[in-house]
Ligand binder design. Structure first.
Ligand code: GLU
Length: 395
């Protein structure tokens, strides 16, 4: 079952050597990805007793080096800081008993984690680069562009960026909380071609495999809505914080940017080479993808408010129109002009997300009113729409 680092290279060079043409089709985007984001869950990096799984890390570093040797660029998103730090500090509950514990554990664990990767990659003459990011770095457009530029420069220099959330400063309200979504966001920022989430589960199942006899792993998921119910086939270790729901969120973010994503078993040696050779796991093919600014908007974690709209407006949005005040039935939240808000149809489903052209108080005053009445209500010339279609994505 275990594949050496050469296996992926062989499979990449000779697709006929793989497990069949259908599997090769699924795997092609991962094998040929110029930039590949690989996310590593805590339970893979850290043994049950809290010690680092050094040998395993070395096998993954070897896989990454094999990818680099055939011209791919690898970006790692590595969890494990909290778990490693908790052991060093002797903290209970894996360092997750309180926010303060998690922050202290992350600070101690992150420096070790970075050292492990730097050492393992150095054996293959690859430089590791640590980037710790917070949710805010990716929510704010300017900071996002800045992080994207740094990633781009690192990758073109042939460096392997190793990212994690900056857990020592992130608080509950402003954190990603799981590295699955972070990995998808990093992939957007790095203009990556594919994402692989290495996990203690080997893919998405038709039902929770621990509780449901006969549950099967799904090879390829084309329709995300059809599998939403399978989301509870989550993390087995209790060490990380992702679970299947976060992984499906990651799929949604990646899809918005036209990036394929796979969930694959990480626990054995050489997990990346093995996935690239065998395709064991669940593949979520890329969606059509949106222009990068719109993809960024879909991937945002925080929206400042919600606008409820009537049926007519919902239909207009689906036809690609802008959102006008006339169709708005209710305003929720406190937001300023330029903030991201979700748009809810009459059934309460979020159907679109966009950057709003007015603040919440103004929208409340003009909601339900026709465009020709708005100037008088506001006392100044109105904007073309409450959310212009160029600033909006359908979800
Ligand atoms: N950032 C966390 C850590 O390094 C892990 C988050 C997750 O479990 O996905 O420990």
């Amino acid at each position: 079952m275990t594949a050496g680092p050469g296996t992926a290279a062989d499979a990449g060079a000779d697709p006929g050597a793989g497990p069949g043409a259908a599997a090769d089709g699924r795997l092609a985007p991962f094998r040929s990805a110029g930039r590949l984001v690989v996310k590593v869950g805590s339970s893979l990096l850290v043994a049950a007793d809290g010690s680092a799984r050094r040998e395993w890390i070395e096998t993954l570093a070897a896989d990454a080096a094999a990818c680099c040797a055939r011209g791919q660029r690898v970006i790692l998103v590595s969890s494990g800081a909290i778990a490693l730090g908790a052991r060093a500090l002797g903290l209970k509950a894996g360092g997750r008993a309180s926010l303060e514990d998690a922050q202290a554990a992350a600070a101690v664990g992150q420096i070790r984690l970075a050292g492990l990767w730097a050492e393992a990659l150095d054996r293959h003459a690859l430089a590791a680069a640590q980037m710790l990011v917070t949710l805010g770095d990716f929510e704010d457009r300017r900071r996002w562009l800045n992080a994207a530029a740094t990633l781009d420069r690192l990758v073109t220099l042939g460096v392997v960026p190793v990212l994690n959330e900056n857990d020592s400063v992130a608080t509950e309200e402003i954190r990603f909380g799981d590295n699955d979504r972070l990995a998808a966001r990093v992939a957007q920022a790095a203009r990556a071609d594919a994402v692989i989430l290495l996990s203690d589960v080997d893919g998405l199942y038709t039902a929770n495999p621990d509780r449901t006899p006969g549950a099967r792993r799904i090879d390829t998921v084309a329709d995300l809505d059809a599998v939403a119910g399978a989301a509870d086939s989550g993390s087995r270790s209790g060490m990380g914080s992702g679970g299947m729901a976060a992984k499906l969120e990651a799929v949604r973010i990646a899809r918005a940017a036209g990036i394929p994503l796979a969930i694959a078993a990480g626990a054995g040696a050489h997990p990346l080479a093995r996935f690239l050779a065998t395709g064991e796991g669940t593949v979520f093919p890329a969606g059509a993808g949106a222009p990068s600014r719109k993809a960024w908007l879909v991937g945002r974690m925080v929206v400042a408010g919600r606008l409820r709209i009537d049926q007519g407006a919902a239909e207009a949005l689906r036809r690609g129109r802008s959102l006008l005040a006339a169709g708005i039935t209710a305003v929720e939240g406190v937001f300023a002009r330029g903030d991201a808000v979700d748009v809810l149809d009459p059934e309460g489903r979020a159907i679109a997300r966009g950057l709003v052209a007015y603040d919440a108080g103004e929208v409340a005053r003009i909601a339900g009113r026709r465009s020709d009445a708005i100037a008088a209500i506001l006392g100044y010339a109105p904007r073309a729409a409450v959310i212009h279609r160029d600033q909006m994505v359908m979800l």
